[in-house]
Design a binder for this molecule. Structure first.
Ligand SMILES: [Zn+2]
Length: 278
């Protein structure tokens, strides 16, 4: 079969798997910041407390059928649920398109799903729950071992580089946070950023772990210094209030940086080194 035929054959399966993982990701995003179990109890409507039937819990479709309202009490259901499910389905289909029907495609889809959860949770609550980073680190390390057995590893690194990468990633972000604290005289980095970079480092290895921190910091700097801070400052001045700079949810930027580095980091490094050293 041609690669296009393979893609057409597997795309529906990956889309459905992605939507199911996206549905579970919604549960993790809602419950982990509150230290609640993601297994029990079953999903309930926050309005009336009624259990949600399976046919009202089908990813994306139920939200559309119910027109974004609880069947029993009519309480609005956030558009975030179908959006996360749709993006996760898209992640899974993209992983298939990039890497073909393979174990590495499933590994890419799984870790990108977790990184999406990290970004959403950090943006909403300034938290990176251990549930994401611990399961991510486990998937990264087990994936590296499985990849070594199968002889199919790219774009991920092998087991030894995965362990080194976890240490370098967590170490680099911790040093950055420490220096930031000394410079700004206030807490600059959460513990969650270090656990996130242990997970990411185990995917990309030590060199690209450093690149991830650099790309993430650059993304955060551009967005906050160029857009968020000036808008906040102007608003505060207009209101006659003092401007207090908002915290930077660094995981929001590290998560996409990790995907960029995983997929394009080596090409980016080669291009840069060839420009600098000819
Ligand atoms: Zn309800």
């Amino acid at each position: 079969m041609s690669s296009a035929a393979w893609f057409a054959a597997y795309a529906p399966l990956f889309a459905v798997l992605g939507a199911i993982f996206g549905s579970f990701l919604n549960v993790c995003i809602a419950r982990w910041p509150k230290d609640e179990s993601v297994v029990r109890p079953r999903s309930r409507c926050p309005g009336c407390g009624g259990a949600i039937a399976w046919y009202d819990n089908v990813p994306v479709i139920s939200w559309l059928v119910l027109r974004a309202k609880c069947r029993t009490c009519g309480q609005p259901i956030s558009w975030q649920y179908p959006l996360v499910e749709a993006i996760t389905a898209l992640i899974w289909v993209s992983a298939l398109w990039l890497l073909g029907p393979s174990v590495v495609a499933v590994r890419l889809a799984l870790v990108a799903t977790i990184l999406l959860g990290v970004a959403v949770t950090d943006a909403q609550s300034y938290l990176i729950p251990d549930g994401f980073t611990v399961s991510g680190l486990a998937i990264a390390l087990i994936g590296a071992l499985v990849g070594a057995v199968l002889g199919e590893q790219l774009p991920f690194v092998g087991p030894w580089d995965a362990v080194l990468g976890a240490c370098v990633g967590a170490g680099a972000i911790t040093i950055m946070g420490w220096l930031g604290e000394v410079a700004l005289k206030k807490e600059a980095m959460g513990y969650g950023d270090a656990t996130l970079m242990a997970f990411v480092g185990a995917l990309v290895g030590p060199v690209r772990a450093l690149l991830t921190v650099f790309v993430g910091a650059a993304l955060a700097a551009v967005l906050f210094v160029a857009i968020v801070y000036p808008i906040g400052w102007i608003r505060a001045r207009r209101a006659g209030a003092e401007f207090t700079p908002p915290l930077v949810p660094f995981g929001v930027f590290l998560a996409p940086a990790a995907i960029v580095t995983l997929l394009f980091g080596n090409a980016l490094l080669n291009w840069y080194l060839s420009r600098v050293f000819g």
